[in-house]
Each structure stands twice: as C-alpha cells, then as structure tokens.
Design a binder for this molecule. Structure first.
Ligand code: SF4
Length: 318
C-alpha cells in the first residue's frame, strides 16, 4: 500500500520510482490524429489548433523520430534515467481505425528503454476493441490511460464545449476498469462560478470511483483558442492565484491518499499564454501549495480519511 503520510501529497515521481525502481521520464508524442470534438464541432473552447500537443509531427518528425529526439534530449539533460514512458498526448489518441493505432503504438516496441505507454483520450472514444489492442501491451509495459473529464458539473462541460457528459465518463471508467490499466483523470479548475464545494465534491467523487491518478489544469487562455475571443470580449475572467491555490488545497485534503498526483497545475506552451500571467510560474505555484499544506499541517486525504462512506456518498449525490 502506497503511503504519503510523511509527504504533502502522493506525488508522481515517488510513485514511478516505486513502480519502475528508478528515475523515469515521459516522452510526449504527437501522432497526428485529431479529435471528434474538433471534427464534429469547434472543439473545447480552451483548445487551440495544437490540441495540447507538441506539434512535432507537422514539423516533420514522425513518431519514431520524436521518440529518438525525446530520448536524446532527456539523456543530455539528466545523468540518471532508468526508463521512459511513451506518452501519446496530442488530440485524442484512440480516435483512429484500429490498424492505425496498432502501427502508432507498436513503434514503442523498437525502443527497449521504453517501459510504459500512456494514452491520452476522451471518454467517448473508448471501446472494447481499443482497450483490447492496448491490453496487448500490458504484459510488457505499464499502461496508463489518461481520460479527460475536466468537470463533474454538466454546466461547465457544456460551457467549454466538451461534447461528452459525466455519464459517458463513468461508462468509460467502468469499461477501462476491466483491464490492468492505470486510469488518470484530467480535471480543470477555474471555471466561472466554480466554488470550493464543487472542488471537494469532485475529490470525493473520484476517490469513490477508484481511479489511480489525477492531473489538474488551470483554465487558462491560450493563444488561438476560442476562449481567447471570449476573454477579450470580457466574458471570462481567469481565477485568481489565491483562489486556485485554495481549490487545489481543498481538493488534496478531500482526495483518497492512494490517488497519485500527476500534476497540480498546467502551463501553456511557450508563447501561447494570454492569461492569467501568474500561471507561467509553475514552480512558484507548486511551492505555494506545499507551503500552505505545511503551514496548516495538512496533507492529501486529511479530511477524506475522517469521512465515513455514508458521508462521502451523501456529499457526492448532494
Ligand atoms: S478533446 Fe482535447 S483535442 Fe479535442 S477539442 Fe477538447 S481539448 Fe482539444
């Protein structure tokens, strides 16, 4: 059982060290797929044409070249690396015919230093065939499935144009749970009118669902996204830094300590951040979150552990 009592939260590096027995780095891959939400609509309002990715494919680097580039770059930067995880990040990485997905994913088999595969996708792009294909990696690789939920509030999902519901997310999670995959849920904090109550409810909901990891992003305005226009028209105000830190703090206190924290804030690609400018200081934000936990003698799960299942259930369904 993973314990975080001595640490403020169950951080990813410690978890990876525990699983892989050493220092692990991720290589982000842009496999050139797209996303149903962009094909059938205008996409999520915070997403720009890079689809949260590196854009390397358009620059002429195929998947194999991106992996080589990633490995070489990381080896130059860090002396000790024990393993790599191939992270298929851009757009929706299960949104393609199975034959294409197989070709894309099989490329990692050419690199013995890769020991994990992580697939970023949407709840409405999960099905039995895709999970079976991914399961072919399970005997030799640690498999992570990163699923965008973003919010448990249907109004927020509609406002950002996610194009899926919370129910679809739950259906996807129950399908994925049939496999030995690590489910990582992506969340966004900073929606208009989002309050601490909603944040704590989200933490309890995910704790109850039995997922393995979370990635928290701030709702920031990226250059070229529909949200940029909304922001410039004065119809969106990014959350203040103090409130964001308060949200993350409350989330951690109400989250099952077994859930691994993959990220506590997200930053835009270089040159793409429009607002809020404070979000560019990622390490400063992390340090403020840790300081707040320390000053209050708090840690991940502090409040969660004192709640009965009955109370958790009634909070989730309130
Ligand atoms: S699901 Fe992802 S890639 Fe698709 S529009 Fe939304 S943020 Fe962009």
């Amino acid at each position: 059982m993973h314990t975080i009592r001595k640490k403020p939260y169950n951080d990813l590096n410690s978890y990876l060290r525990e699983i892989f027995g050493g220092k692990v780095y991720k290589i982000t891959i842009d496999s050139g797929l797209t996303c149903p939400n962009r094909v059938n609509g205008s996409g999520c309002i915070y997403c720009n044409e890079r689809g949260s990715g590196t854009g390397l494919l358009k620059k002429g680097y195929n998947i194999e070249a991106q992996i080589r580039l990633g490995i070489e770059g990381l080896r130059r930067k860090y002396k000790k690396i024990d393993a790599f995880i191939a992270y298929f990040q851009s757009y929706t990485n299960t949104y393609a015919p199975l034959s294409i997905l197989k070709i894309n994913w099989d490329i990692i088999r050419n690199f013995p230093e890769i020991q994990g595969i992580s697939i970023g996708t949407r709840p409405d792009c999960i099905d039995h065939d895709r999970l079976e294909l991914l399961n072919e990696f399970a005997p030799n690789y640690k498999v992570f499935l990163e699923l965008g939920l973003q919010s448990i509030n249907e109004e927020h999902l509609k406002w950002v144009g996610r194009g899926h519901t919370v129910k679809e997310f739950e259906n996807a999670v129950s399908m994925i749970k049939q496999y030995p995959f690590n489910i990582i849920v992506h969340l966004i904090f900073g929606f208009p009118n989002q309050d601490i109550r909603e944040i704590t409810k989200t933490a309890l909901y995910l704790s109850h669902l039995g997922i393995q990891g979370v990635k928290i992003h701030l709702l920031y305005v990226a250059k070229g996204s529909p949200l940029q226009k909304i922001y410039e028209m004065g119809h969106f105000k990014p959350v203040d830094k103090d409130i964001y830190i308060e949200m993350v703090y409350a989330f951690l206190e109400h989250l099952n300590p077994e859930v691994v924290i993959h990220r506590l804030t997200g930053d835009a690609h270089r040159g793409e951040l429009i607002a809020p400018l404070w979000s560019a200081d990622k390490s400063g934000i992390l340090s403020e979150i840790k300081t707040k936990l320390k000053d209050n003698e708090s840690f991940q799960g502090k409040r969660f552990m004192n709640l009965s299942s009955k109370t958790i259930n009634s909070c989730i369904h309130a």
